[in-house]
Design a protein. Structure first.
Length: 218
C-alpha cells in the first residue's frame, strides 16, 4: 500500500512542476530583440518618361501647336529629398478644341512587365492635384494600350477607355484616374491630351499634377 501511495505522490509532483513552468513567463518581463539590417540602394530607374513626337516636333513656342515635356524638372519632397516632377506643357486655343495624341511616352525598360495607371493627386511637396484656373477650359488625358496609337480614342484596341477628365470650372477632376494598362518589358505607351477652351479666354493656366504609378505584374 505504501508503495502505491508513493507512485501517486510522484505523479502529482510532476503536474505541479508543469504548472509552474507554464505560469512563470506570465509573471515575468520577457524582452526578445531580433536584429535586422536593411540596405537601401540607389539605382537607375527602369520606368521612365520621354518626349513623344508631338512634344519633339512642336516644342518651339513659335510653332503652332505647342507641346513640350521637360524631363529634368524637380521638386523637393516634405522629407527634403529632390524628386523628379517632369513638366508637361500643352497649349489650348480660345474657341477651339486641340488634340495632342502623343506628348509623353511611358517607357518600360525593366526586365519585367508593369501595370501603369495615371492618377491625379497632390505632389510630394503638398501642392494640390488640381490648381490654377479651370474656369474657361476643360481637359481629357488618355493613356494608350499600345505605342503608335491613332486619334480615335474610342478604339478599344488602341486606347484605355477611362481618361482623366477635368470639366469646365472643376474644383476636383470629374474622373481622377485612367484605367490600368499593362506595358510589356521593353515596350512603351503614349499619353494624349484633348483641350477645349472657351471663346475669348486667354492668359489663364490650369495646373494638373498627376502620378504615373507603375507596379510589377505579379
Amino acid at each position: 500500500m505504501a508503495q502505491r501511495k508513493k507512485r501517486l505522490s510522484g505523479k502529482w509532483a510532476a503536474l505541479i512542476i508543469a504548472l509552474l513552468l507554464i505560469a512563470a513567463p506570465a509573471a515575468a518581463s520577457v524582452i526578445t530583440q531580433n536584429f535586422l539590417r536593411a540596405d537601401v540602394d540607389a539605382v537607375a530607374a527602369c520606368f521612365v518618361k520621354a518626349e513623344g513626337p508631338d512634344a519633339t516636333n512642336f516644342s518651339d513656342p513659335l510653332q503652332d501647336p505647342y507641346a513640350d515635356l521637360d524631363t529634368t524638372a524637380t521638386i523637393t519632397s516634405a522629407s527634403g529629398v529632390t524628386l523628379l516632377q517632369e513638366l508637361v506643357t500643352v497649349k489650348g486655343y480660345d474657341g477651339d478644341r486641340i488634340t495632342y495624341t502623343d506628348v509623353v511616352r511611358y517607357q518600360n525598360n525593366c526586365d519585367y512587365d508593369i501595370q501603369l495607371q495615371l492618377v491625379v493627386e497632390d505632389d510630394p511637396a503638398g501642392n494640390a492635384g488640381l490648381a490654377g484656373d479651370w474656369s474657361d477650359k476643360s481637359l481629357s488625358m488618355y493613356l494608350s494600350l499600345v505605342a503608335g496609337a491613332g486619334s480615335d480614342f474610342t478604339d478599344p484596341l488602341e486606347w484605355d477607355g477611362s481618361p482623366i477628365v477635368v470639366n469646365l470650372g472643376d474644383a476636383v477632376p470629374t474622373n481622377g484616374a485612367t484605367g490600368t494598362v499593362t506595358v510589356a518589358a521593353g515596350d512603351e505607351v503614349q499619353g494624349a491630351f484633348v483641350i477645349e477652351v472657351d471663346d475669348g479666354a486667354t492668359g489663364t493656366t490650369g495646373i494638373l499634377r498627376y502620378t504615373a504609378k507603375a507596379t510589377a505584374v505579379p
